[in-house]
Design a protein around this ligand. Structure first.
Ligand code: MN
Ligand code: MN
Length: 304
């Protein structure tokens, strides 16, 4: 156990991270591909889950960011541990069921698996989108207590669809940040972790913030870092980031998992949680608990 986190606290923060992801996705999805100017002209500042947008969503409806995360969590649940084949099969079943939204790189990677049975796409210079990072949460929960496993599973799940060093680095880094936040670490500590990423990949430097919230993983990470470190609460962080527009559901989802882990369950606005589908909410809580119970931390097999 850490100084600050008992297994109970960690379990609760895991739930908050998963719910934060879903709530951020639902909050941002109606604003996807809009500019900050378009958003403020149409809505002022969006502070509620209103749905709509180019996908014409019902308020509270989630998109691929949450759905692909659920695929990974369900695969781990089903196998009682890590199964990359299981993850890919869940992705394939999800794609066959015609999801409301799916990124081009994700679609291409899943098709590649369906056609060839291969669990890794070849390196591609265009694979630096945020589609692998946005579904990292279940891996972060499931590998809590073992850094080597975090890196291994992060890259394995990512490369089913994305094979690019910047996507890889972002996946591992975001997984680590969420874990540290769940363990009760301070923003100063999280900031140090970000600095370690910047030392290896200068691209992710986010000060001064350039205001780009696109699906390019560099822009996405800069946006998440900027708004997470600049704001002082879950709601404030999420409202600020989705009103930046662009890939708002995905910046919302990633900021939601990090801020959820950091601020905890109590800080997630009840009015947002009420908008989520009841069955989804129940499943998220169960899967969060299951990911943690299967983690090295809970199983007493912790390794640095
Ligand atoms: Mn989405
Ligand atoms: Mn998106």
């Amino acid at each position: 156990m850490t100084k600050t986190g008992t297994i109970h606290d960690i379990g609760e923060r895991a739930r908050a991270a998963f719910l934060g992801l879903a709530v951020g996705d639902a909050l941002g999805a109606g604003l996807e591909f809009m500019t900050p100017g378009e958003i403020s002209a149409k809505y002022g500042t969006v502070q509620e889950i209103i749905g709509g947008g180019w996908l014409r969503l019902k308020p509270g409806q989630i998109t691929d960011d949450t759905e692909m995360s659920l695929c990974i969590a369900r695969a781990i649940d089903r196998a009682g541990g890590w199964s990359l084949q299981g993850v890919a099969e869940h992705f394939a079943a999800w794609l066959k069921a015609r999801p409301i939204d799916v990124g081009d790189t994700c679609r291409r990677g899943i098709r590649h698996f369906m056609l060839k049975g291969v669990l890794e796409v070849p390196y591609n210079q265009w694979d630096a989108g945020n589609g692998a990072c946005m579904r990292m949460l279940p891996v972060a929960l499931h590998t809590l207590g073992n850094n080597r496993l975090l890196e291994k599973y992060a890259l394995e799940q990512a490369r089913i669809t994305h094979n690019h060093p910047l996507s890889d680095a972002a996946c591992v880094s975001m997984g680590r940040l969420v874990q540290l936040a769940m363990m009760g670490c301070s923003k100063t500590r999280l900031r140090r972790e970000v600095e370690a990423l910047l030392a290896r990949h200068e691209n992710f430097r986010f000060e001064p913030y350039r205001g780009l919230a696109t699906a390019y993983i560099v822009d996405t990470m800069q946006t998440v870092f900027h708004f997470f470190f600049k704001t002082r609460g879950f709601e404030q962080c999420l409202v600020a980031i989705v009103n930046q527009g662009g890939d708002a559901d995905t910046t919302g989802a990633i900021a939601g998992m990090l801020a959820g882990a950091y601020y905890g369950l109590e800080e997630i606005p009840k009015r947002w949680l009420k908008k989520l589908d009841k069955r989804l909410l129940t499943e998220i809580l169960a899967l969060s608990d299951r990911m943690i119970s299967l983690s090295p931390l809970a199983q007493g097999t912790t390794r640095p």
